[in-house]
Design a protein around this ligand. Structure first.
Ligand code: SF4
Length: 308
């Protein structure tokens, strides 16, 4: 963590590692997910949108190269074309295919100009030994990390969200990845209706002791193109207020070790499909308020690590 910073951001980490600004470009690798294709379930996780949580990817572009080109063109006003990129395989489960297919897709992304690494979002039950072996090889050639959507360690929450795997499956996959020194990032969702602050902090405390390199925090978004949308319309439930979310994030950050990279402090719900909570639409304001809160209360990553 840099001096005067309250948490170790992805931006800092990537600058340190690559010597300059690096931007993540989301791509849809054309995969599906065993929790959606009928292998485990056809419903998917309750919060997962019809695009497999890859709502901002230029969907009309078929090839990975075309998607990357389109994103680079969109960003060219903000960032020069020489900026370095991480290709982020975001939609669905991006290791759910034979190694030969993964190889072709990842290598296409890595051959795109200025791509210096690859981030792969997937599920722990889509990481067999062949896949892990391939990822290990690739991690020696480029900057690679894997992102796993755990969301919560609470098994009743896992059932409610239809996650389709047990905590043990996550632990086993993470253990295998860490034995191969493959960087791994966990996604956590805050604000499930059945979870209390203590439940969320239990999850944070649990992951803080694992061989992870990063965490992504998301507020639970209710989208009308996800199963949660119709559930919510029939059974409205309380969501965290912005103030409660900020407080919870502060408590969680204080429990996370300083070497964990904080990839996100909140997710991006697609505003067109967002039913609730509407305060998440103004992400800039949320992040400003969050930074102000951390500063005003002298909260920083790892502050309470040794207290519990
Ligand atoms: S594992 Fe990921 S892609 Fe599959 S249903 Fe759950 S959130 Fe969606």
């Amino acid at each position: 963590m840099m001096q005067n910073e309250r948490f170790y951001s992805l931006n800092q980490f990537l600058r340190k590692r690559h010597g300059e600004k690096v931007i993540k470009l989301s791509v849809d690798g054309g995969f599906t997910c065993p929790n959606r294709d009928g292998h485990l379930s056809s419903k998917g996780c309750i919060f997962c949108s019809e695009k497999g949580s890859g709502d901002f990817i230029p969907a009309d572009k078929k090839s990975i190269t075309a998607q990357l080109e389109s994103s680079v063109n969109m960003l060219s006003n903000k960032w020069p074309n020489s900026t370095k990129y991480i290709a982020y395989f975001q939609s669905y489960s991006n290791t759910y295919a034979p190694v030969s297919v993964l190889k072709a897709k990842y290598e296409e992304a890595l051959s795109f100009p200025n791509v210096v690494g690859i981030a792969i979002a997937t599920r722990p039950d889509c990481l067999d030994d062949f896949v892990i072996e391939y990822l290990e090889t690739l991690s020696h050639q480029t900057h690679l990390w894997v992102e796993l959507g755990l969301q919560s360690i609470n098994e009743s929450t896992a059932k409610w969200i239809n996650r389709g795997y047990a905590l043990e499956s996550f632990d086993k996959a993470l253990h295998k990845l860490s034995l191969k020194n493959i960087e791994t990032v966990v996604h956590l969702i805050l604000g499930f209706p059945s979870e209390t602050l203590l439940d969320m902090l239990s999850t944070a405390r649990y992951v803080s002791k694992l061989p992870l390199q990063g965490v992504k925090l998301h507020m639970l978004h209710v989208l009308d193109n996800a199963p949660l949308g119709s559930f919510y319309l029939k059974n409205p439930f309380d969501l965290l207020s912005k103030e409660e979310y900020i407080f919870t994030v502060g408590e969680i950050l204080s429990l996370l070790p300083p070497h964990f990279v904080i990839h996100r402090l909140t997710g991006d719900g697609d505003a067109k499909h967002l039913l609730a909570p509407l305060w998440t639409k103004n992400k800039k304001q949320l992040l400003n308020d969050l930074h102000y809160y951390l500063k005003a209360n002298n909260i920083y990553q790892g502050k309470s690590l040794n207290i519990y």
